[in-house]
Design a binder for this molecule. Structure first.
Ligand code: SF4
Length: 395
């Protein structure tokens, strides 16, 4: 595990300030320096730093493994649970290694209690969200990796916020621990169970916070006591098409699933819907996605938010199929998603008959495609909407 720069001061993976053309706002909020860094957490540290802190507390090195066991295996940061620890050091160890990084602000339930969306407040008052969705055979958590998002997609609530700051590995992983606890304790309808899948599809562009996200992926997938033991194959990292990030991920050799938010089959249209397309166009994005498939053997998910009259017509489906088939068979899986519109926005969800036609055309062209489930749509399920609302309320 490597140390993580949590400030996001330097651009990562090739994303650089968007310039004056308004293409995208991938620069940190002006006040990010004033906000400071999140408190340093066990999961932000490498083994050496953990051992050094133990030494400062007068504890031998092996206590680090015990703390890791409490965190990743028992999902606990409560000193009362550290019964294998000397009573006198429990409080201080918990204080130094497990500062409280995320605090629930609101918890909304839907789908008969099988969907739970939590709005979290971070140490600097920033707000992010995560959504836990339980299905008969799996439980998936959608997590955030940045506060806001700098990609500026005009149809997206989070995009309207701009990017406030990158999240630390600890802040990302605390969402996972909280959901794992909810599943384990039976707080999610269906009784006690296990969190099995993670998708980085909450707030933010994961590739824009590459180092913290990668460190989180490693600790989600490592077996306890080094991590939560959720198979890398059950982790999805999404991107709007940050090509250097995809290329870097390809080289890591971790078998996570890659999801690319394409939303349009041509540069002409995608330039309008996804400003990042002006930096990395559809050909560059699809080339990189296909190379990821070749290297990992994992089918790439193509996310496609269907917007009425904009990208949901027969010609769009035909062009999408042609562009994907250009690379060969069965390397991508398309997930059309009915857009959950932002209040007062001109972007609206497609008509059901247009959605169906879109799917039919893809299927006839031999493309695997499934309409993505709209879990939680009655609790502001579109990415970032809950946080966007709460920000509005505060203003
Ligand atoms: S759609 Fe995704 S990439 Fe675009 S602004 Fe929203 S969160 Fe960012």
């Amino acid at each position: 595990m490597t140390d993580v720069d949590m400030t996001g001061d330097e651009p990562e993976t090739g994303i650089t300030p968007g310039g004056k053309d308004g293409a995208f706002r991938d620069v940190l909020a002006g006040d990010h320096a004033r906000r400071g860094k999140p408190p340093r957490h066990f999961t932000d540290m490498d083994q050496q730093e953990r051992q050094e802190i133990c030494a400062q507390l007068g504890l031998p090195k092996f206590r680090v493994s015990q703390l890791a066991n409490h965190y990743f295996n028992h999902l606990s940061t409560n000193p009362d649970d550290f019964t294998d620890f000397p009573a006198a050091s429990r409080q201080e160890a918990a204080h130094r290694f497990f500062p409280e990084l995320i605090t629930p602000v609101t918890v909304q339930k839907a789908d008969q209690g099988t969907t739970i969306k939590t709005l979290w407040e971070l140490f600097d008052g920033s707000r992010i969200e995560s959504v836990l969705m339980r299905y008969p055979s799996r439980a998936t958590l959608c997590i955030s990796s940045q506060v806001g998002c700098g990609m500026g997609c005009p149809f997206c609530a989070t995009g309207q916020l701009g990017l406030t700051r990158n999240m630390s590995t600890g802040e990302i992983l605390e969402q996972v621990r909280a959901a794992s606890r909810m599943m384990k304790s039976g707080q999610v309808a269906g009784g006690p169970g296990r969190l099995s899948n993670i998708v980085f599809m909450g707030m933010g562009e994961p590739m824009g916070n590459y180092r913290a996200v990668l460190s989180a992926v490693r600790q989600i997938s490592a077996l306890p006591p080094k991590g939560f033991g959720i198979s890398a194959r059950n982790i999805t990292v999404s991107t709007v098409g940050v090509v250097p990030g995809i290329r870097k991920l390809t080289k890591e050799g971790i078998p996570v699933r890659l999801a690319v938010s394409l939303h349009a089959p041509s540069d002409e249209l995608r330039d309008k819907l996804v400003p990042m397309n002006r930096r990395f166009n559809t050909t560059q994005v699809l080339d990189a996605a296909h190379d990821y498939y070749l290297a990992s053997g994992r089918r790439v998910s193509i996310e496609y938010a269907l917007m009425r009259g904009i990208n949901d017509q027969a010609e769009h489906a035909r062009l999408l199929a042609k562009r994907l088939n250009h690379y060969g068979d069965d390397w991508a899986h398309v997930n059309p998603i009915p857009l959950n519109p932002i209040e007062g926005s001109r972007w609206t969800a497609s008509k059901p008959e247009d959605e169906q036609r879109f799917l039919d055309i893809l299927h006839k062209a031999g493309i695997t495609a499934t309409m993505r489930d709209t879990r939680g749509s009655d609790i502001d399920g579109a990415c970032g909407q809950l946080a966007a609302k709460s920000v509005k309320l505060q203003a």
